[in-house]
Write a protein that binds this ligand. Sequence first.
Ligand code: FAD
Length: 380
Amino acid sequence: MNAQHTDVAIVGAGILGLAHAYGAAKSGRKVVVFERDPAAKGASIRNFGMIRPIGQPAGPLYEMALRSREIWIEVLKEAKLPFFPTGSLHAAYREDEAAVGREFSDKAPAFGYKCAWLTATEALERTQAIHPENLLGALWSPTELTVDPRQIVTSLPKLLAERYGVRFFFNTAVQNVETSFLIAGDERWDADSIIVAAGDDFQTLYPAYFRDSGITRCKLQMMRTVPQPEGWSLGPSLAFGPTFRHYPAFQVCTTLPTLKERIAQETPEFDKYGIHVMVSQNHAGQLTIGDSHEYGLRIDVFDKPAINELMLNYARQYLRAPSFEIAEQWHGVYAIHPDHTYMTFAPADGVLVVAVTRGIGMTMSFGIAEQTLREMSVAA
Ligand SMILES: Cc1cc2nc3c(=O)[nH]c(=O)nc-3n(C[C@H](O)[C@H](O)[C@H](O)COP(=O)(O)OP(=O)(O)OC[C@H]3O[C@@H](n4cnc5c(N)ncnc54)[C@H](O)[C@@H]3O)c2cc1C
């Protein structure tokens, strides 16, 4: 078998693989990316497209999220891709939700967050997309961006190929990775550095590591509306009180357990299916509405209509959108670990497996890539 050579070989053309390709190529390395499918169809194309630093806990992860956001903006501008730097709102309709929002906004500046608590009137000045009745206020954060994941996953490879000479091999599964080489399709590639960004499936290449990693999977159900009428816009990406349960940033709030308890008692099905409703809008005017969280290695291939109904009913109660007509429904899967936001391990010299292990890979990938490439001495 004839071997070809590259400086850096990357397994997986999801956002994490692309972020590593971008960082390595910008540092002047010759980069090759292998993707087993004709186009990446994992978590990176199935998400909301929210770049959401606000969800990260204060400290290094929040700093990394902000840095990742900075790189995102640089990449989006280079690629001339549309994005919405609209910030985000967490709208509160119950006293316990408002209590968490207020407490977080009191504590947050000391941790470096730029968010603020808005009264109902102030919140309604920022968006036309939430119902005014019973609105108590909202947590406003200016740091969130929205991108279109489908556009990103198809357009970034083009940018990387045209501007940085990155070579992409789609339809090419990597079957084996060793020190200094990998086998992709029926070719051997020698590489100084190999990065495996295989999403929730590094199990195929590293079954023993996967088994011992403590990683499991999370399945999320999602929906997308038809385009909203021209001239109507969501404004900031939206979340609601129940989302405070879901992101580690809000765990500093002493008021959070009360909110959790109320939801557990009032709507146990929200806990059973890990439901909290968030909404983003793409450049075609469609609203993406989700999500639910079902955990375990065995992913149910069949979606539960009841979950979509619960999410849609919730959205109809608080989201004021011209159309709730659903154009698409799908599910996505990501890797999850109870303690780690992302994990790396080096199964051989010059080989690094990187896995995002929470539902925040869109937010964090460019930041993670910058760090791992530095650690591998691929980039300064
Ligand atoms: C429904 C949903 C909503 C989400 N919303 C958000 C959000 O709004 N904001 C946010 O920050 N995060 C969000 N996330 C999380 C985020 O989407 C993921 O963390 C991120 O996409 C993971 O990227 P990845 O590149 O690691 O994995 P993936 O996108 O799964 O990509 C891995 C790629 O590797 C390829 N591959 C695997 N094995 C091989 C092999 N042996 N050879 C070649 N190729 C291989 C796969 O085909 C795949 O294309 C969401 C996730 C889901 C599922």
